[in-house]
Design a protein around this ligand. Sequence first.
Ligand code: PLP
Length: 430
Amino acid sequence: MSPPPHTTELAARPISVVTELPGPKARAMIGRTQDYLSPSLIHVYPLMVERAAGCMVEDVDGNVFLDCQAGVATASTGHSHPRVAAAIAEQAQRLIHICGTDFHYPGYGELCRRLSGFAARIPDTSADDWQTFLTNSGTEGVEAAIKMARYHTRRAHLIAFRGGFHGRSMGSLSLTASKTKYRRHFGPLLPGVHHAEYGNLASIERDLFARTVGPEEVAAIVVEPILGEGGYIVPPREFLPGLRSICDRYGILLIFDEVQTGMGRTGKMFAAEHFGVVPDALVLAKGLASGMPLGAMMARKRFMTWPHGSHGSTCGGNPVCIAAALATLDLLENSLVDNSRRVGDHLRARLVSALAGAPAVEQVHGLGLMIGVDFRTNELASAVAQACYQKGLLVLECGERGIRLSPPLMISEQQADDAADVFAGVCRAA
Ligand code: PLP
């Protein structure tokens, strides 16, 4: 199936802001429906999207934005990649749903097999080591990991990190500790969850194990290999290997939440590859299916001891989402993971030089196309994000006073340069 012509045409367009923002149509449409929406939704800026292609997003007023947030780091192959769209359309005509927990269909097993092959790129493991449970989202993947770890170890306690974000359902929310607003008034949360300081091994051994919980009671340590929502922070080199050895010493499962860092975002398929640490389980979602709702909880076979019927999902691993994921994997494998590393290095270097001496900015950090910029204050970060939107560049805040740039992994060097120019201009004026 050839891509609809508008799709390719939009992908090649430059930033173009032709109305005040929000434009008149967006303002009217938002105003008409706002009262019907849950007030818990965020809506970081009043963007009413009409369509999107590649890295470009067009709103209902005809304004064209360069997307450096990719639907919160999810549109990995670019918006509506023609091959992903074709795979979805083709699958939707054959089989939309039958329930992967109760029945077989070809894509489910094929996706799990291919994910095992990618996991084998982490040193000291092989494809035969891994089994996968598919979900509808990242938070459900984390829930599956918690249940699998508790079942296998027969231990109740879990360790997570301050600054970590793992989702918003009650189990994963209990691990999330990036902002109080996510947790306030939702308790009591899951008992037995302990938070340590991210990047600090001593806060587990010398604090938690000495004062709060015995290591023999802990089922799992759940960690993002690079903090996502908590600020795009790369931990010190020794941190993840240190967690591995603590887990080995006490029979604790090490679970990597790669919902944001996985699927090429950091310039390798999984962030675990950068650190040479094999987790016992890893959770994927976001970029896995280019924006279709799909997550995965992968674990090493010897820990997948939960029996027949103990966990399942009606729509998790839905055939249409799997078709999108298989097309996504082809694209990531062929060129986009490499592009993430190459253009990521380029964009980070451009930002470092363009932002040198900007008084509002503290530092630029990250890996691949997971780039964080820290500001002196939270107010400055918010003002810069809003000013970028006004100039046609979409970015999101993260951490206490940061902005994240996480464009689609197919972003070109030219588009990265455009993004850096707009971003640096706004930062210098802040
Ligand atoms: N884990 C991490 C690291 C995330 O960044 C997110 C979402 O941002 C989640 C879990 C939750 O994923 P979802 O929103 O798909 O439930």
